[in-house]
Design a protein around this ligand. Structure first.
Ligand SMILES: Cc1cc2nc3c(=O)[nH]c(=O)nc-3n(C[C@H](O)[C@H](O)[C@H](O)COP(=O)(O)OP(=O)(O)OC[C@H]3O[C@@H](n4cnc5c(N)ncnc54)[C@H](O)[C@@H]3O)c2cc1C
Length: 805
């Protein structure tokens, strides 16, 4: 071991070795992996090591495909057999709801280019004769399902990396990490002291402990997981080829052929954590005691679905631990607040994702950019709240127990709630609010006034809350709606350097005093990093408003670029809260609560100012996402409850109704407005999203300008369009393919029913040629192709007169 490296990776599991390999592939060979024991000594050695390409997040699905395609490559490069076999795999549908769900999922996978297809029950049983056909309706076949040898694969990454100059140091625990004044890291190890420019925490089962060495509390925790391996099965002995893998989604089990027997793994509904702080330092390559009684309900279903298992003996039981985060995705990327300290942990699916983590993390370290939209894996997608012990236990257990359970688009899950509430939460609840959760914040979805018993049923179709949402939309279009804006993040940027800094950070021109602007924020490669609004409250005082759940992510970007003097950045997201009041009567309602002039001249569209509203002192910005005359009224958190009371009281005479996010979705789609993570995301450029009209190309340099100018010259390959879809009893949800005949010409980003215009609406990215010369299109809605047409203008208030009225 040398005394200094450019990068030190802590942990020699599948993730750490993949990062080591990928860094060398990027030409960085002054890199070392330091491993406490032997390679694979954490979760990796006893993994079932199955892999698949399917993932609900298309960006992660693409990266999983990358991981799978890499296996043969590293085998060839390293000369180490990775034991890869890929017979494909079936996900079974044994209920009507599941069958419908799989048909919808299949359409999405076609968008992603994963060659998944539907299969009949007969086909599945013919291909996998150990499956009992009882109740089987069909399934989804993923040709990219299979398994590798975890030992061989990990060693192949390490060998290939060493051949390219990297170093692997075994039996050497890292015991302490210190930040040196010059910006380097100093690591104490059992074999001595070493410094590094970059440190990567790929410590798997110990990652939380390694995080604590630098003052971090990562939201990851190990959980127990069982599988069994049977003796040989006669059916498989008689078969020359390998049987495809099978996941019995309603049965909570997955199965893959293991030599001439099978491996059956269980995601039980009654899961158990193991060492929430992480494994002890002296934990060896040990298994945990089996707890067969606890998993027996799921095992019993497994033995019904695969009856021949009962005839074979069980050769081996494995109960091992691996780490989970609240949403089951890993924590990857630069840790906010710690320069050049990287996370690559919390990975529950190392054999589907390990290669991808190596790729994006090495890109990020070398280029300062991951090279793909990996928000779903980004360590900055969580805030500190997620590391609370009870929150973490409940949310990870919920994820584990629901690993194979259908996720309905209208479903709100209970774990870790309620945690964060705006002060008017109880009042909104009393008014009938039904809440969802965004980054721990309780957020009204819709209101069921006067009906304490009302419960929305999870469904892929229009739910029993459809008419309640319709009433909120109607109130907003005819009178006014009131929406809690607790789901917004707010930042104040002030000081003598604020204007220059923001001007460089944002692609738009900055507003003049008392005005607001929509401000796309770009990465150097021109991809979107934010759809912010910026308001100038004083010559050197600005407010930025963005999405609440992006706080850590945006703050990391801001802080990395903040000058050491002259600019003060404050996160006001928890200390300032408010409401969006919108609708034709919004001004009348506001006027009853303030002595100030809120007329069109004093407070015009895209204007802003400070006003007394009731007893509160409010910042008012005249914008709305509903397409109506609207005001975002923001007050100190302690005054938000008073503001709610005042607005509702005064609004009663004008027909004001509290509304939830569902109504907002309906209203925004009637205007064709996009939102972050659906229409606007790191994968898309401003020109694709139609946000280029807010870019001030001529204002001087700003981040992403060169790339945006280049795109201005060529035009984007795809554009965001608004579609009207033939009415069914369900809406599209996202990533369904948009078809022009039998050609895929785009994909859906979001859908909602436009209650006022009575249209099933969707936003979609389609090929530019299609956007410019619309043709007859179709999209699958729950597996059935429906006609869709591009709307050349929004169906509601196409000239945009209402917000300016
Ligand atoms: C029973 C079971 C079945 C599974 N089945 C599958 C499956 O089918 N498919 C799939 O994709 N995944 C599966 N997994 C999960 C998979 O094992 C993990 O996703 C993967 O192994 C995580 O790899 P890692 O490199 O992040 O962590 P680990 O394998 O835990 O590696 C971390 C390494 O860091 C080292 N380390 C920790 N602290 C220090 C320190 N201070 N100094 C030096 N070194 C340190 C450890 O010794 C260890 O070797 C399964 C897991 C189990 C337990």
């Amino acid at each position: 071991m040398k005394s200094h490296y450019r990068v030190v990776i802590i942990g020699g599991g599948i993730v750490g070795t993949s990062i080591l390999y990928h860094l060398t592939r990027r030409g960085w060979s002054d890199v070392a992996l330091i491993e406490r024991a032997e390679l694979t000594a954490g979760s990796t050695w006893h993994a079932a090591a199955g892999f698949h390409a399917l993932n609900d997040d298309p960006n992660i699905a693409a990266l999983q495909s990358y991981t799978i395609n890499l296996y043969k490559e590293i085998e060839a490069e390293s000369g180490q057999n990775v034991g890869m076999h890929m017979p494909g795999g079936y996900s079974l549908a044994t209920t009507q709801a599941r069958w419908e769900w799989l048909q919808a999922e299949c359409a999405v996978y076609q968008t992603l280019g994963i060659g998944a297809r539907l299969a009949s029950a007969e086909e599945i049983v013919a291909d996998c004769p150990i499956v009992d056909p009882h109740g089987l309706l069909g399934g989804l076949f993923d040709p990219h399902e299979g398994a590798v040898d975890p030992h061989g694969t990990t060693h192949a990454f390490a060998l290939a990396a060493r051949q390219r100059g990297a170093e692997v140091v075994l039996r050497n625990r890292v015991t302490a990490i210190r930040a040196l004044p010059g910006g380097q890291w100093q690591l104490e190890t059992e074999q001595g002291r070493v410094t590094a420019e970059h440190v990567v925490n790929a410590a798997g089962l110990w990652a939380r402990r390694v995080g604590r060495m630098v003052g971090l509390d990562l939201p990851i925790t190990p959980m127990q997981h069982h599988y069994l391996i049977t003796e040989d099965l006669p059916t498989l002995l008689a078969r020359p080829d390998e049987m495809p893998c099978v996941t019995d989604l309603e049965g909570f089990t997955y199965l893959q052929q293991e030599r001439k027997g099978v491996l059956l793994g269980v995601y039980e509904r009654n899961p158990r954590h193991w060492k929430t702080e992480g494994a002890e330092w002296d934990f060896g390559m040990d298994l945990l005691p089996e707890d067969i009684e606890r998993i027996s309900p799921e095992l019993a279903i497994g033995f019904q679905r695969f009856p021949s298992l009962a005839e074979a003996g069980i050769r081996k039981w494995v109960n091992g631990a691996f780490t989970f985060t609240p949403d089951g995705n890993p924590l990857v990327g630069p840790v906010p607040g710690l320069r050049n300290f990287w996370a690559a942990c919390g990975c529950m699916s190392g054999f589907s994702q390990g290669g991808a983590i190596g790729l994006v993390l090495s890109n990020w370290i070398v280029d300062g950019d991951p090279g793909a939209d990996i928000f779903g894996m980004d360590v900055a997608r969580y805030g500190k709240f997620a590391s609370n012990d009870r929150y973490l236990r409940e949310t990870t257990a919920q994820f584990y127990a629901r690993r194979f359970v259908i996720a309905y688009p209208n479903e709100e899950l209970p774990a870790g709630r309620p945690l964060k509430m705006t002060p008017s939460y109880d009042a909104q609840r009393a008014a009938g609010a039904r809440f969802g959760v965004v980054w721990g914040m309780e957020t009204p979805q819709f209101f069921a006034p006067g009906d304490a018993e009302f419960e929305e049923q999870p469904t892929l179709r229009r739910s029993n809350a459809h008419q309640l949402v319709a009433a909120e939309v109607a109130a907003t279009r005819s009178a006014a709606g009131l929406l809690d804006t607790g789901v917004y993040a707010r930042y104040e940027v002030s000081g003598p350097g604020a204007e220059a800094w923001l001007d460089h950070l944002l692609a738009s021109r900055l507003p003049t005093l008392g005005r607001v602007r929509l401000a796309p924020m770009l990465a150097p490669n021109g991809k979107l990093l934010g759809d912010l609004t910026v308001t100038r409250l004083a010559p050197d005082r600005f407010w930025l408003v963005g999405s609440y759940y992006l706080q850590e992510w945006h703050l990391r970007w801001f802080h990395d670029r903040l000058p050491s003097t002259g600019v003060k950045l404050e996160n006001l997201s928890e200390s300032w809260l408010g409401f969006s009041l919108s609708g034709p009567r919004a001004r009348d309602i506001l006027a009853t609560l303030t002595r100030s002039d809120v007329g069109n001249e004093a407070l015009p569209f895209m204007g802003a100012g400070l006003f007394d509203v009731g007893y509160t002192q409010a910042v008012i910005v005249r914008v709305s996402l509903t397409g109506e005359l609207g005001y975002e009224i923001t007050v100190r958190a302690s005054e938000q409850r008073a503001l709610w009371g005042a607005l509702l009281h005064s609004g009663a005479d004008f027909g004001l109704k509290p509304i939830g996010m569902r109504a907002q979705d309906s209203l925004r789609l009637e205007k064709g407005y996009g939102v972050w993570s659906l229409e606007f995301a790191q994968s898309y450029t401003a020109a694709m999203a139609g946000l280029d009209r807010f870019i001030a190309y001529d204002k001087g340099d700003f981040i992403g300008r060169a790339a945006a100018l280049a795109e201005l010259a060529t035009g984007p390959a795809q554009r965001l369009v608004l579609l009207a879809v033939d009415n069914a009893d369900a809406e599209v949800t996202g990533f369904e393919p948009v078809m022009g005949g039998d050609r895929r010409v785009g994909f859906i980003t979001s859908g909602a029913y436009g209650h006022h215009v009575r249209l099933s609406l969707a936003l979609a990215y389609v090929d530019t040629a299609i956007a410019e010369r619309p043709e007859s299109l179709s999209v699958p809605v729950l597996g059935t192709a429906r006609q869709a047409r591009i709307l050349s203008e929004p169906p509601y208030d196409p000239r945009g007169l209402k917000p300016r009225s």
